[in-house]
Design a protein around this ligand. Structure first.
Ligand SMILES: C[S@@+](CC[C@H](N)C(=O)[O-])C[C@H]1O[C@@H](n2cnc3c(N)ncnc32)[C@H](O)[C@@H]1O
Length: 1002
């Protein structure tokens, strides 16, 4: 079988950079504009993977790579051409034949009345009529941000593409590039879809069909279809089904469909808007319209004779320095909000939480801050009253009441003001409640607003129930939110001519409105959001359902952009080339040539729980639009967790996929989890499903390559798999050396890429790559030391017992750790013990901003160090740091005669035994650190430190001297890194001590 390009190489560096640009351009991403889903895969990555699986590898890897980049418009020519910057219209006009000039141009530009599409097609027509020379000449007129090609080409790729159109938004390479691509591949394509067809024809005898059974937000089928593959996407969750279907059929549906959708959206919105106007619930007597309503909870603690409104901050709008103060009004049990602008010095105090009434889980009396009450205690020993299904606001005796305290108004001139609600506003609030109450039962019945109970046993769904007593999904919304969104939803029934497309799209708008307008939407007053006039966060700004004491509610008017508009696409996806389904991956019946999947990672996102929030808003509507789809989340079928159920469902699904592809078919599994145990499981699962890994590439999918911090998923490993047709037995004895070679080779490739251009990978990427390399070796075999893989996946093991597979993976990590020598320590590495290497690597990753405890623990596993606590200054989950020399002081320092003669004599495992000291205590490196500390204490007089080393090492001092100088020089550089700034003093001492040792002669 011929190898595919992706089985031999993949342009990781450029792809990582390009993927990052796609992630960064959040507002211009096409699919996320359809609605929220978690873990969407970047389209450029999907495009590259499909092309990499279809393009054959030749024996000229360099040329293969060149052509592959050309197809992606990520070669130098393609990147230059993608550089944004218009060719002035007068230049187009000048080169256009006279009849085109007359048809499209007036004296000063395009003729009046031309649509954007007509303009675009005019330019296309002109371009097509030009020969190569004329095109180049015209292209030189483009007003590019970096006008010099030479300068542009000399810039790092990640810099260049900042000025470029993203490749996934383009239809493919230029005509000139196609000539080169075709002559190399022996094809005759003029566009991507033709190339896809030809390559598919060669391998599969037809246009290739790409499928995804965990389609989620639909990236994989969408991009596959857009570049010309036949596509299939399905997901267990109907909301994911709706998103996948809409990407293919609505965004990809062409202008006719999109124009109708736009009209229908407007129609529905305007009808709802007219109703709101008629009810008079968003307008005031001054003719202003409300944009934002701010609500908070309030409580009446024992011994307090007024309600205390709750919020951790009372800042409303940083731009205008607006805050809320609270006043007691004689004879009233509620405090009165005073919304006002304050001077900068007072505003600063409010920004620093002045007047906050929720501090560290306690309620603070705004009129007497010495009086505080624990929120937990206020909930009472029995917990809160559980809301009944018909409750849409708190009952009189509930612990947490809800109140409106501020409204942002806008007038016809676009001027805004903030005010506390007056009597008329409160009357409008009462009217909203009344209007909703009149409609509640009917609207719930018809599915215009949610009626379902919140699952009580979920990890995330438990929070609203426990912290507020909300038992049903609609209780996560205030009456005003329910009334406005429900009103839009009711239009779906009122306008019978909407058709499936418009109904589906309006429904998506309703789901987005729910995401952006619930009681879980924080109010953001900072300058960074909407310029500081106050903005709304979305419900799912994180993957939880955290309740709030203070939230923002949008008026219908403020939801208009969420409810109207559809992004357009230059490529039309043919209706009959793609299919969407809602079903369990185990039941899939479609056959695909290529399966690309991104399974739910063990415990990473609770899709079935979070998805239920949306499903509650659309289940009854979906039934009408897609009568054949199930409309419940069927949570019990969701792949989740990491136990045997997870493994069993995954094996079943991947076996099925393997059965539903041809013998020469391929699969790609995208996977991001960093826990080695999960990796070991995934390996076993794929192995047991009859697949073998043929390549693995780590792409930075989440953050800026080279600048990765924080505790979020970073690299995505793309595992390329084929059916394992042979039944070759494997033996650990042979496999270990093969794994070592593969891991080293994989790391060497990544390191050379890091050196070739800017850094692409961080430590976790290297570790992921090591797991993947181990997988590549292991999955070639059908059994391991006579043991059947399927039996091994489900074998019951005691807590600390590791499968052989896990052991091989563990070995791979050790090899990887050891292969990753901090820059500048190459010559010293061999002589260091494992615990010393661990310390230096830990300092090394700290100097590059790594703070996640998991990474320090993972390294410890790799180096076989069992007890890292004594080496750490802090072991906070996201703030882990290693001790500096001065930080150690004299702790963890063995007596002088405890020094071992050579690193080899140190224990191989870094565990402090009950009887002996921690192995680091007796290591030469530890003594060197102590000497640094001594030097620093002596105001950088190195003599005391030097004497300490001479006393400690005795005669061996001279033999060690050179290596100590190297280490000191390395440590001396740490003070220069911002991330190890606390090393400054010790680094300086190290530098001076190194000089003293270097010149030591007696
Ligand atoms: C990581 S997400 C996929 C994201 C997707 N690749 C994208 O780009 O948006 C995993 C998906 O698997 C779905 N899922 C979970 N269990 C499933 C099952 N048994 N069958 C099919 N889909 C399932 C979840 O609903 C979720 O949408």
């Amino acid at each position: 079988m011929h190898k595919a390009f992706i089985e031999t190489q993949f342009p990781i560096a450029r792809l990582s950079a390009q993927t990052y640009r796609e992630r960064k351009g959040a507002s211009s991403q096409i699919l996320p504009s359809l609605g929220k889903w978690w873990g969407r895969k970047p389209l450029i990555l999907v495009r590259a993977c499909i092309l990499g699986m279809l393009m054959p590898a030749s024996d000229d890897p360099k040329k293969d790579r060149e052509i592959f980049l050309k197809i992606l418009t990520m070669d130098n020519d393609g990147t230059w051409q993608r550089q944004k910057g218009e060719i002035p219209l007068k230049e187009w006009r000048e080169v256009a034949p006279i009849e085109i000039q007359n048809k499209y141009f007036g004296s000063r530009g395009f003729r009046k009345g031309l649509s954007e599409e007509e303009k675009e097609s005019a330019l296309f027509e002109i371009w097509e009529l030009l020969d190569q020379y004329q095109r180049e000449k015209l292209d030189r007129k483009r007003k590019r941000p970096v006008p010099s090609r030479e300068l542009f080409d000399s810039m790092p790729f990640s810099e260049r593409i900042k000025e470029c159109e993203r490749p996934e938004n383009l239809n493919g390479p230029s005509a000139e590039s196609w000539d080169e691509i075709n002559s190399y591949l022996g094809t005759g394509a003029k566009c991507l879809s033709e190339l896809i067809h030809e390559l598919g024809q060669r391998t599969f005898g037809k246009t290739p069909r790409v499928g995804d059974v965990f389609s989620g937000g639909g990236s994989i089928p969408f991009e596959a279809a857009r570049i010309g593959c036949d596509a299939f996407g399905s997901d267990l969750n109907p909301v994911a089904g709706l998103l996948t279907w809409s990407g293919l059929h609505l965004i990809g549906g062409g202008t006719e469909i999109q124009d109708k959708i736009k009209k229908d959206q407007q129609k529905a919105f305007c009808a709802a808007d007219r109703q709101i106007l008629e009810w008079g619930i968003e307008h005031n007597a001054k003719g202003e319209r409300a944009e934002a309503y701010l609500y908070c909870t309030e409580v009446k603690p024992p011994g307090c004779n007024y309600h205390i409104p709750l919020s951790p901050s009372w800042v409303i709008a940083e731009k205008h320095q607006i805050i809320v103060k609270w006043e007691l009004v004689e004879g009233q049990h509620q405090l009165q909000p005073i919304v006002q602008a304050v001077d900068p010095s007072e505003f600063k105090l409010y920004k620093d939480k002045k007047g906050a009434t929720v501090v560290d889980g306690r309620v603070v009396d705004p009129l007497d801050s010495t009086r505080t009450w624990s929120i937990e205690a206020l909930r009472g020993p029995q917990g809160l009253r559980m809301w009944a299904k018909e409750d849409v606001c708190p009952q009189r005796h509930d612990v947490f009441q809800e109140r409106l305290y501020c409204i942002r108004w806008i007038n016809e001139k676009g001027e805004r003001r903030y005010s506390s609600p007056d009597a008329e506003d409160l009357a409008r609030e009462a009217k909203v409640l009344e209007l909703l109450s009149e409609r509640l039962a009917e609207w719930q019945e018809k599915g215009f607003i949610p009626s379902k109970a919140i699952p009580a046993d979920g990890d995330k769904t438990d929070e609203p129930i426990r912290t507020r007593g909300w038992t049903h999904w609609h209780q996560l919304f205030s009456p005003r939110q329910l009334l406005a969104i429900g009103l839009i939803s009711s239009q779906l029934d009122r306008h019978t001519d909407l058709g499936r497309e418009s109904s589906a799209f309006i429904l998506l708008g309703i789901l987005s409105a729910a995401d952006f307008n619930s009681k879980l939407c924080r109010w953001i007053p900072h300058l960074a959001a909407s310029g500081g006039i106050g903005a709304f966060a979305q419900t799912f700004y994180n993957q939880a359902l955290n309740t709030l004491h203070n939230w923002g509610c949008r008026s219908l008017y403020a939801m208009r952009t969420t409810l109207c508009g559809i992004p357009s696409l230059s490529t039309r996806i043919e209706e009959n080339t793609c299919k969407t389904d809602v079903r369990d991956g185990r039941d899939v019946e479609e056959v695909c040539d290529i399966w690309i999947t991104d399974p739910p990672y063990a415990d990473a996102v609770n899709y079935h729980e979070l998805g239920d929030f949306f499903l509650a808003w659309c289940d009854k509507r979906l039934e009408k639009i897609f009568p054949y789809w199930p409309t419940s989340s069927r949570a019990q079928l969701a792949v989740r967790g990491s136990g045997n159920d997870f493994k069993a469902s995954m094996v079943e699904i991947y076996r099925r996929l393997s059965d539903h592809m041809p013998a020469n078919g391929m699969q790609m599994v995208m996977f991001t989890h960093q826990d080695p145990a999960v990796w070991a499981d995934l390996g076993m699962i794929l192995w047991a499903s009859g697949l073998k890994a043929t390549a693995a590439w780590t792409i930075s999918t989440e953050t800026d390559p080279g600048f990765k911090k924080g505790n979020f998923v970073q690299g995505t490993v793309c595992l390329v798999l084929r059916k394992r047709e042979e039944c070759e037995p494997g033996f650990l004895f042979d496999i270990y050396p093969m794994v070592e070679d593969e891991v080293r080779a994989q790391i060497a490739i990544m390191q050379s890429l890091d050196e070739e251009s800017e850094p692409n990978f961080n430590d976790s990427d290297y570790q992921l790559a090591a797991y993947a390399a181990a997988l590549k070796v292991l999955t070639q075999y059908s059994s391991l030391d006579g043991k059947n893989v399927s039996d091994e996946v489900f074998a019951l093991r005691s807590k600390n017992e590791k499968s052989e597979f896990e052991q091989v993976i563990g070995r791979a990590i050790t090899v990887a750790c050891d292969a990753l020598i901090p820059k500048g320590l190459n010559d010293s590495w061999r002589d260091l013990s494992l615990i010393e290497r661990y310390y230096l690597r830990a300092v090394d990753i700290e100097s590059r901003g790594e703070r996640r405890k998991g990474m320090y623990e993972e390294l410890a596993r790799g180096f076989g160090v069992a007890d890292i606590k004594p080496l750490l200054k802090s072991d906070k989950a996201n703030g882990t740091r290693v001790h500096t020399p001065s930080g150690f002081g004299t702790s963890l320092l063995a007596p002088i005669d405890g020094v071992v003669e050579s690193a080899a004599a140190l224990p191989r495992r870094g565990r402090a035994s009950a009887s002996g000291p921690h192995p680091f205590a007796a290591s030469p490196l530890r003594h060197l650190l102590f000497a640094i500390c001594e030097t620093a204490v002596a105001d950088n007089d190195p003599n005391q430190g030097r004497q300490y080393l001479r006393d400690t090492f005795g005669q061996t001092y001279w033999g060690r001297r050179e290596s100590m100088v190297r280490l000191l020089n390395w440590l001396a550089a740490l003070g220069n890194s911002e991330d190890t700034a606390d090393w400054a003093k010790d680094s300086e001492a190290a530098r001076i001590l190194a000089g003293r040792l270097r010149n030591d002669d007696a």
